[in-house]
Every structure is written in C-alpha cells, then in structure tokens.
Design a binder for this molecule. Structure first.
Ligand code: FMN
Length: 236
C-alpha cells in the first residue's frame, strides 16, 4: 500500500514503557510526523492478552502511527499483523531489541543473523496485510539485511546505527547510515544519538527521516525546535 513518505521527516522512536498514547499525542503536537507504538509481543496479541490489548490502544489524533510487533515465529507475526492492520497506518517489525529474553526466542535482534528468516518474515507479512510494512534494524549486517528487507517488499527501514552487543553504549555510527542510504531505493530512517534539535537537522542531511528516542523522552519539544531549524535551513 502507498504511503506518502515525503511528508515524513521527524519520527518518534518506539520506546517500551514510554511511548503510550499520551506521549505519542504530545510528540505529534510538537511536530513529530510519525509516531510508533512500543514493541508488542506477537504471541500476546494473538492470545488476546490484556496488557497487549492495552498497548494496542491508539487515538485518531496520533495518525500516522506505526504499530511495532516482535516475535520469532513467522505465522504468529502474520496473525498479529493482521489483527493490527485496521488500526495501524504502518506495521513495523522489531529486529533491533537486544533484550536477552527476546534473543532467546529468536525474535528482535536475533533475526539480524538470519537472512533467510528475515526474508521469509517480511515477505509473509507484506503479502498478508494491506498496510505498508517497515522494519527497524540495528548495525549488525546492516547493508545486507536492509537490501533483503527492501527486496522482500518493505516500504521503509529504520536503522539504529549501533550494534546489538553495544546495547545503548558507544556512539551510533552515522557513516553506516550514509552507506546504507546510498544503496537503498526505499526511505531510510536514521536513528541513534540525536541529542538536540540540530542533530536531527544533520541526520536529515544524510538520510530521509530522523528518528528521535531518548532526547524526545526527556523533552518532546525537540520536535518543535527541529522543525524551526529545518524551516531556517530550507529543509521541507
Ligand atoms: C527505554 C527504551 C525503550 C525502548 N523500546 C524500544 C522498543 O519497544 N522498540 C524498538 O524498536 N526500540 C526501542 N528502543 C530503542 C529506541 O527506539 C532507539 O532505537 C534508541 O533509543 C536509539 O535512539 P536515541 O539515541 O534517539 O535514543 C528503546 C529505547 C529505550 C531507551
């Protein structure tokens, strides 16, 4: 399905325990062009788990919203994606979370080492839902994985340019974002270490969209400040 990515510059990153309806509305108010739900366990969605249902709540004022799912089993991920497709504007697949319990079940960042599984999962979800499908990845095998994801039919990719083993330490590798951007045809959302509004502008100079996490959690007005700077610098 078509989605107007040209309208999307500033993106609010998914953050478990933070990016609920109220926070997402606040980010939209301050200028985020796209918001994400936190990652939702595909098994929990399929089983109708109460807390998963709560996490799936959204309000119309948030649109466009990407709902993020995770899991290691393609059939369950497909079912969960289908259950979300009426609500979500985008179905996003989490292939970046480094949490041990996710890796253990072959989900999230564990998938970055399994190119065949990436292809299978993305193709299956893309063909099952009528909404655009995106994937959030990390630096591990980034170029190879991004090309597989693109070929599998995804509409865009978000790259948190930090390796799984580094969790949140060290510095995000923006040169890697540049390198992947050069090779992709679909939009690339750059993520990692946008600490102030000017950093978002710098990210937009190297790729299509800038995704902001922790700095927005501290102060969502960063989206407003970034929009102001973008206007000054003539970035639409
Ligand atoms: C508290 C917290 C929760 C997070 N939860 C998720 C999540 O549910 N899904 C996801 O893809 N990334 C998650 N992330 C990663 C962020 O989306 C983002 O990739 C990371 O924080 C790097 O961006 P930043 O430097 O702008 O914070 C989380 C990060 C934090 C700090």
């Amino acid at each position: 399905m078509q989605f107007d990515w040209k309208r999307i510059k500033l993106v609010m990153a998914p953050m478990e325990g933070i990016t609920d309806v109220r926070f997402r509305l606040l980010c939209r108010h301050y200028g985020a062009d796209l918001v994400y739900s936190e990652r939702i366990n595909s098994y929990a969605i399929v089983r109708g788990n109460k807390s998963a249902m709560k996490t799936m709540e959204m309000s119309e004022g948030e649109r466009p919203i990407a709902m993020q799912i995770f899991g290691g089993k393609t059939d369950i991920m497909v079912k969960a994606a289908k259950m979300l497709e009426d609500k979500a504007d985008i179905i996003d697949i989490n292939m970046g979370c480094p949490a041990k319990n996710s890796i253990k079940i072959g989900a999230c960042a564990a998938l970055l080492r399994k190119p065949a599984k990436i292809k299978e999962m993305v193709e299956a979800i893309v063909s099952a839902v009528s909404k655009p499908v995106t994937v959030k990845i990390r630096a591990d095998n980034a170029l190879r994985n991004a090309l597989i994801i693109q070929d599998a039919g995804a509409s865009a990719i978000a790259l948190h340019a930090r390796y799984t083993k580094d969790v949140y330490s060290g510095k995000a590798d923006w040169d890697l974002i540049k390198e992947v951007r050069k090779e992709l045809k679909i939009p690339l959302i750059g993520n990692g270490d946008i600490k102030k509004a000017q950093d978002a502008v710098e990210m937009l100079k190297i790729t299509d969209c800038a995704m902001i996490g922790r700095a927005a959690a501290k102060d969502p007005r960063i989206f407003y400040e970034a929009k102001e700077l973008m206007r000054k610098e003539g970035i639409a």
